[in-house]
Design a protein around this ligand. Structure first.
Ligand SMILES: *[C@@H]1O[C@H](CO)[C@@H](O)[C@H](O)[C@H]1NC(C)=O
Ligand SMILES: *[C@@H]1O[C@H](CO)[C@@H](O)[C@H](O)[C@H]1NC(C)=O
Length: 284
């Protein structure tokens, strides 16, 4: 309970900063316009789906650790870490179980031109064959379009702005550094110890994800932060366990996801340094 109170107070500054996200307050007429617009683009199966408009309740904000991201890919996928990258980067902001997403809202480079420098720094593609813009566009088309039923995220520009603000707010590197937890090959950290540092900021439902490397070490490569509709930390609506959360996570081509898993709660993992020279083997 005490933890929840702390969580809430840590998030208020974010809400003030964002200040533009509200629960949808659509008039019936506006909703109808939107439905008409969408129906023009829907196939028959979707039309029979009676799920209400903007039905999702929770978002997952997912950050990846470049130090171990390359090990989460299969061997054939070429991975690179741009030399300027030295902290957690954005993977995506995903509405959970969003039913009404259309493929009707294309995104162009000019949509996010003013954010390009920031996005390049905080949301780079780490796949050698995928330009960063293609990564952003894929995330927009898979997830952003679904998020866009909420005022404040209803354009590529606004959606990516929100993501960048969230990235600034959740400075995992700094939070851990403050607790003496820094990337190293020398020793692993206990999962419980890290969660304890993060929980007051990310909520107690945040998920820490690992991959197992070829020496059978657990490597921390990703964290998922549940958020409510209004971007406060935590979300009580998901209910059905982790399988559903994974549905939101979207997959890019060529990624082997079978080995990605929650880090064993009673175990420990390596928080390995970022090494652009040896992205797959930062610890040799
Ligand atoms: C945000 O949404 C949650 C869940 O719907 C609600 O409990 C909370 O009061 C809201 N917070 C603000 C500041 O609007
Ligand atoms: C994906 O990873 C699993 C587990 O490490 C492995 O057994 C499987 O062969 C891999 N698949 C591909 C396509 O690389």
């Amino acid at each position: 309970m005490v933890e929840r109170a702390e969580t809430r107070s840590s998030v208020l500054p974010l809400l003030v900063t964002l200040s533009l996200l509200q629960l949808p307050d659509y008039t019936a007429a506006a909703t109808q316009d939107w439905q008409d617009y969408k129906h023009g683009h829907q196939d028959a199966a979707e039309l029979h789906d009676k799920k209400p408009f903007c039905s999702w309740k929770c978002l997952l904000f997912t950050l990846q650790w470049p130090g171990a991201f390359c090990q989460s890919l299969d061997e054939e996928t070429l991975c690179r870490i741009p030399p300027s990258i030295n902290s957690w980067t954005i993977h995506g902001l995903w509405p959970v179980r969003a039913f009404r997403c259309c493929k009707c809202w294309p995104m162009f480079q000019s949509d996010v031109q003013e954010l390009e420098a920031e996005l390049t720094e905080h949301w780079p593609s780490l796949l050698q064959t995928q330009p960063s813009f293609h990564f952003w566009r894929e995330e927009w088309e898979k997830h952003g379009v679904c998020a866009a039923c909420v005022e404040g995220m209803n354009s590529p520009l606004r959606y990516f702005q929100i993501c960048l603000k969230l990235r600034g707010h959740f400075d995992i590197y700094k939070l851990l550094e403050g607790a003496g937890i820094t990337p190293t090959c020398d020793h692993p950290y206990k999962v419980a110890e890290v969660r304890q540092v993060l929980a007051p900021h990310l909520g107690d439902k945040h998920e820490i994800q690992c991959v197992t490397d070829d020496k059978d070490r657990e490597l921390w490569f990703q964290v998922k932060i549940p958020l409510s509709h209004n971007l406060t930390v935590g979300c009580d609506h998901h209910g059905h366990g982790h399988a559903d959360w994974d549905v939101a996570s979207g997959r890019g081509a060529g990624r082997n996801v079978s080995d990605r898993h929650p880090c064993p709660p009673q175990g420990s993992f390596y928080y390995v340094p970022i090494d652009p020279q040896r992205p797959r083997q930062p610890c040799g």
